[in-house]
Design a protein around this ligand. Structure first.
Ligand SMILES: Cc1cc2nc3c(=O)[nH]c(=O)nc-3n(C[C@H](O)[C@H](O)[C@H](O)COP(=O)(O)OP(=O)(O)OC[C@H]3O[C@@H](n4cnc5c(N)ncnc54)[C@H](O)[C@@H]3O)c2cc1C
Length: 411
């Protein structure tokens, strides 16, 4: 006898804070859940943060408890390094094709690190937005869930090297494993596929690629993080010296018809958070934030008030037109309007942070999107979009939206 609608599993695509929340809520309401994540670890963009507003807690706060709930709940099956390749069927009865890349490291990995010490190949560390390197076999980060090493299939020389296999006393590495495809029969699908940062190299006038000292906001978040490329020390990437000043460029590509026509809702609060973190780490470092409008909501208004009282942080209303490298002294020249004082500025600084916005992930599936690429809710069809896959949102709104999505998916 086939499964009835209500005892078929519900599929959650995307293992960020929204997907993890939806999965846990569904399982604790008694439903079988399958959670699919394309990275080797759960946690999405939040796990990469130094801290998150409004309370400025570390990412472990919130995620760790959810990882424990996943570990303890047999109703949740999760597949990392996996993507959805196709969906067919209709509400109550979907057939979903899932591809999981070859998992050379088995679950009995103890994270001892012997394999890393013998691995001869290096790769750029995408967890740190390429600001550092790891070996081809690596732990994605120290809070990784699942907690095991992973292998970059593109860089690893596999059997022709075999050093990691030889050194592993637990026989936890097996290069004969192959990519897998599974077909799942599910009742409904929650898309919690989130966002990626807008490509700053498309912003010609801001010359992102001209200097290592021009960073995006997500790169800057890693630079501040204790588990980041500088262990949380704020240093100029070009020469590892301490910056005397950092300039933030708000709406870098956002609210701009040539790039992202919409407001990403979180970039102003993120830059205020970054400015306050700089004050903590380097009290003498000056900060200038150039903005068009400061859009902060709810408790983040407190940030704005706090920032306004800081003598080393200046808020300047005006759009930055250009950022350029001065090759003579390696400083960055920021050209902007200062609307309130009616002047055009040409200002030299040490570091520039581009507050680039949130862009939704493209899914290779036949699902309705709006003109900006965000998923349109197809609840009546059994397809539920949640949080940043639908529109830009902060973490607390994402968690609420994910809880609501769980209920919609059950219904
Ligand atoms: C610079 C910056 C700073 C921020 N700081 C804060 C802050 O301090 N406080 C705050 O509240 N909010 C902050 N935010 C917003 C916060 O990042 C989001 O609210 C949060 O990431 C939303 O979580 P999510 O799970 O919806 O998406 P994500 O975190 O993007 O997670 C989505 C997951 O889905 C996976 N995925 C994508 N496509 C697929 C696929 N096809 N198959 C399988 N898996 C897939 C991704 O790999 C990812 O793991 C900030 C945003 C930015 C840009």
């Amino acid at each position: 006898m086939g499964k009835t609608d209500s005892n078929k599993p519900i599929l959650v695509v995307g293992g960020g804070i929204s997907g993890v929340t939806a999965a846990v809520e569904l399982a604790e309401a008694g439903r079988e859940v399958i959670l699919i994540e394309k990275q080797a670890y759960l946690g999405g963009n939040v796990i990469k943060m130094n801290s998150y507003f409004p309370k400025l807690c570390p990412p472990s706060c919130g995620l760790e408890i959810n990882f424990r709930r996943i570990r303890q709940n047999p109703r949740i099956k999760y597949y990392t390094s996996s993507t959805v390749e196709g969906i067919s069927g209709e509400k109550g009865n979907f057939s979903v094709r899932i591809k999981t890349s070859a998992q050379y490291v088995k679950n009995n990995c103890t994270v001892c690190g012997d394999c890393v010490s013998v691995c001869p190949v290096e790769r750029m560390d995408e967890f740190n937005y390429n600001l550092s390197k790891t070996k081809a076999i690596y732990l994605p980060h120290e809070m990784a869930f699942p907690m095991k090493f992973t292998i970059d299939n593109e860089y690893c020389k596999k059997e022709s090297c075999n050093k990691c296999v030889e050194v592993c006393t637990y026989n936890a590495i097996d290069f004969s494993v192959e990519e897998k495809e599974n077909v799942l029969d599910v009742q409904s699908v929650i898309f919690a596929t989130g966002w990626h940062n807008y490509d700053a190299s498309k912003l010609d006038n801001l010359n992102y690629l001209s200097s290592e000292n021009i960073l995006t906001n997500v790169e800057f978040e890693r630079l501040l993080a204790p588990n980041g490329p500088t262990e949380g020390k704020l240093l100029k990437p070009s020469d590892q010296s301490v910056p005397g000043e950092v300039v933030f460029v708000q709406c870098a590509g956002s609210r701009d018809e040539n790039h992202l026509p919409y407001c990403s809702a979180v970039c102003c609060s993120a830059s205020l958070k970054h400015a306050l973190t700089i004050r903590e780490k380097l009290p003498d470092c000056k900060v200038k934030i150039f903005y068009i409008d400061l859009r902060v909501s709810g408790r983040n208004e407190d940030f704005l008030n706090k920032v306004k009282q800081e003598k080393n942080i200046e808020l300047i209303k005006g759009k930055v037109g250009k950022v350029e490298l001065n090759h003579e002294n390696n400083k960055l020249v920021v050209e902007a309007e200062d609307i309130q004082n009616g002047i055009k500025l040409k200002h030299e600084t040490d570091m520039v942070v581009l507050a680039t916005g949130i862009e939704p992930h493209n899914l290779p599936l036949d699902i309705n999107t709006n003109s900006w690429g965000f998923l349109a809710n197809g609840q009546e069809k059994g397809l539920v979009a949640v949080s940043c896959s639908k529109k830009p949102m902060d973490v607390s709104s994402s968690v609420k939206d994910a809880t609501a999505a769980a209920l919609k998916a059950i219904q």
